[in-house]
Design a protein around this ligand. Structure first.
Ligand code: DX5
Ligand code: ZN
Length: 224
């Protein structure tokens, strides 16, 4: 049975960018463990968001690990830039590269945690031979590109399968889950084996961020 405590990683994509410094302070006071930053290039996903300049800006005001989710084609061109901008965790998508191990090793050379991300439709066996190189696996429970989408429930089973794969091939690897997570489904996601919960809309759409984060934590802890 799982005993790890849950880590809550609010996604800044749903924050108010006009007041980003205040939002960072407010979300950290509210109990965020990690800040999740979604980098989109308009090619790998049909949206454009932040670049390294934004990551450095967040770094200035944040005291939490910055988790940079690269939704980019050719992620190899950007690892150095995001490392220098202050990322503490970087995930690349398995669908975006044919040389995942090389890039995961590069991320780790900067002393940054290296993650591999999977779109909802991507089978787990696509990461079978890279799992030993990762610090974490990011399972997408929505098609990436936008905040505020509904979680795709068939993907919940994939978290459990991923947990089994990790236990067999890389027991230190953490599972992060991203997309459509709210108070109605967080406990189930955690129970399946997620240790890092990304949540954007469910937290930032409320006024009281601390209340949502606390509620998410207690829902996860209640099941054991
Ligand atoms: C989607 C992003 C997510 C998103 C999560 O492409 O990777 O991190 O911001 O936001 P919610 O929780 O609103 O789905
Ligand atoms: Zn994300």
């Amino acid at each position: 049975m799982k005993k790890n405590s849950v880590l809550i990683a609010p996604s800044l994509l749903s924050a108010d960018f006009g007041r980003l410094k205040d939002e960072i302070e407010k979300i950290e006071e509210a109990g965020a463990d990690i800040l999740h930053i979604d980098v989109m290039d308009g090619h790998f996903v049909p949206n454009i968001t932040f670049g390294p300049i934004m990551v450095s800006a967040v770094k200035k005001y944040s005291s939490r690990p910055l988790d940079v989710h690269l939704m980019l084609t050719n992620p190899e061109n950007f690892i150095k830039t995001f490392a220098e901008a202050g990322a503490d965790m970087i995930s690349i998508h398995i669908e975006a590269t044919n040389h995942a191990q090389r890039q995961l090793d590069e991320i780790k050379r900067y002393n940054i945690k290296a993650g591999i991300a999977l779109n909802p439709q991507t089978p787990l066996h696509h990461i079978k031979y890279v799992i030993s190189y990762v610090d974490f696996i990011l399972i997408m429970t929505v098609n990436p590109g936008f905040g505020g989408q509904k979680l795709l429930s068939p993907i919940i089973k994939k978290i459990k399968d991923c947990k089994e794969l990790c236990e067999r091939d890389n027991p230190d690897c953490q599972i992060e889950v991203d997309g459509g997570i709210d108070l109605t489904n967080v406990a189930e996601i955690y129970k399946m084996g997620a240790e890092i919960i990304v949540s954007g809309n469910a937290i930032f759409k409320e006024n009281d961020y601390a209340a949502v984060i606390e509620k998410m934590r207690s829902l996860c802890m209640k099941i054991f």
